[in-house]
Design a protein around this ligand. Structure first.
Ligand code: MN
Length: 214
């Protein structure tokens, strides 16, 4: 892990850090379970946050006992751990970032430094959206598509398999769309593309922009 990027990862607001008293906490949603409708249904949020994420939190808390990672920051565990500990820590980090990046008042486009950086890298916000959706759609199997920032500040779109996250590559995760079927099958069946397109309506660019560093 580059010492340059690490302060930004530690500063990342991701809902959960380890404590000596033990245990990562299940993220409390900052909105009601039906707040993201019609783009993400109450039923999907109840399963996805209430059951899937809770299972990852419980499995992480079991897997971490007695390991050298027991008192590390969540991002550090994801960057350094392997196997079941990495898988579950990755999914806790991923889902915390995911649920916190949405708002019923979301949508629109990024402003300020992040908006300018996206414009510079992809030419327009629309071109970025298209590239992001294309990467999410093309990801084979289960995983995530991320907008991430490297230690030099440059933006990248990354496809990460299963529970992986840009921190595995020393990058700061800014925005992540979950393309595991559990994220969309109740609402969109097999229409992953429609799901990805709809998520722009609930992205809170103030939250995503606060993860970006200049
Ligand atoms: Mn998920």
């Amino acid at each position: 892990m580059s010492p340059l990027i690490f302060p930004f990862l530690l500063a990342l607001s991701c809902g959960s850090i380890t404590t000596p008293e033990g245990g990562f906490k299940h993220l409390t949603l900052p909105y009601a379970t039906d707040a993201l409708e019609p783009y993400i249904s109450r039923e999907t949020v109840e399963y996805h946050h209430g059951k899937h994420l809770l299972t990852y939190v419980n499995n992480l808390n079991k897997a971490i006992v007695g390991t050298p990672h027991a008192h590390q920051h969540l991002t550090q565990i994801v960057a350094e751990a392997e196997g079941a500990l990495f898988n579950n820590a990755g999914q806790v980090l991923n889902h915390n970032l995911y649920f916190l990046q949405f708002s019923p008042n979301g949508g629109g486009r990024p402003k300020g430094a992040l908006g300018m950086a996206i414009q510079k890298e992809w030419g327009s916000f629309e071109a970025f959206q298209k590239a992001f959706e294309t990467q999410g759609l093309a990801l084979f199997g289960s995983g995530w598509v991320w907008l991430a920032q490297d230690e030099e500040g440059a933006l990248h779109i990354l496809q990460e398999p299963n529970g992986s996250n840009p921190v595995k590559h020393g990058m700061v995760p800014l925005l992540g769309f979950d393309v595991w079927e559990h994220a969309y099958y109740l609402d969109y069946a097999n229409r992953r593309a429609d799901h990805l397109t709809s998520l722009w309506n609930v992205v809170d660019w103030n939250v995503v922009g606060a993860r970006f560093h200049q």
